[in-house]
Design a binder for this molecule. Structure first.
Ligand code: GLN
Length: 242
């Protein structure tokens, strides 16, 4: 078995350790004897890299970095959309999550066009929403909690399935108590930190989806790992901040 992971514009979309999500997925494959190929998609990359992706990461970015990258990503809109519809896993963090919507209006009122693959808008308003965040996820995983760190000016409102309900922190907009978005095998979320190392149940859900889709693997055949250390970190965050 072999999994292709594509990290989109890693030199720009890389806030608060988002690359750690790739390292986490890579390690969890290696520990299970699954071959894993990591590709970095940059300005001069060939679109074939994306066409063969099983997992795509769109990391977070400052407003300035977002505006640089958005114009390049727009050329990839149809391809990314068809990959999403085809069930490819996409993890979109913060600025990357905002990018899936129609637009991000930054703190100076400038509109940065998004991919508009999903139907929502994000607007920066008021104070930034910063701090540790804990949610109860809507996904079929155990434990139900997901822990992370958020730092965004943007407020996102949408009618899609949320990634979870906010137990501590702000989430999508600091008002409706929802966090993130689920669409097919896309997870959009404001959780940095990085997300996956201290939420191994989310990492494994993504890997299971890939193996089901690519190799029709039954989830009973998916090897469990010893996650004692990972859940010590996860539980420590809950103990400190919930
Ligand atoms: N620039 C965006 C905002 O402030 C996203 C920030 C981020 O990716 N952490 O809302």
């Amino acid at each position: 078995m072999e999994i292709n992971i594509v990290n989109m514009f890693p030199e720009v979309l890389n806030l608060y350790g988002d690359r750690g999500n790739i390292i986490c997925l890579q390690k969890r494959c290696v520990w299970r004897g699954i071959k894993v190929n990591i590709f970095e998609y940059n300005l001069d990359s060939n679109q074939e890299i994306l066409k063969n992706a099983d997992i795509i990461l769109l990391g977070g970015a400052s407003d300035r970095e977002q505006s640089i990258v958005y114009s390049h990503l727009l050329n990839l809109k149809e391809l990314i959309k068809s990959l999403i519809e085809d069930g490819v896993c996409l993890l979109a963090i913060c600025g990357g999550y905002q990018l899936l919507g129609e637009a991000y209006v930054d703190s100076s009122g400038r509109t940065i066009k998004g991919l508009h693959i999903l139907d929502f808008i994000t607007k920066a308003e008021g104070k930034r929403l910063i701090g540790n965040i804990i949610i109860e996820t809507s996904l079929d995983v155990f434990p139900k909690t997901v822990v992370g760190y958020e730092n965004h000016g943007g407020r996102t409102y949408h009618d899609y399935q949320p990634f979870g309900k906010v137990l501590k922190g702000y989430g999508n907009n600091g008002k409706d108590r929802f966090e993130g978005l689920i669409y097919k095998n896309v997870i959009g979320t404001y959780l940095h930190g990085p997300l996956l190392p201290k939420n191994p149940h989310i990492a494994d859900l993504m890997l299971k989806k890939v193996l089901e889709r690519k190799y029709a693997l039954d989830s009973s055949e998916f090897q469990r790992l010893n996650d004692t250390l990972e859940y010590m970190a996860h539980n420590k965050v809950k103990e400190l901040y919930m």
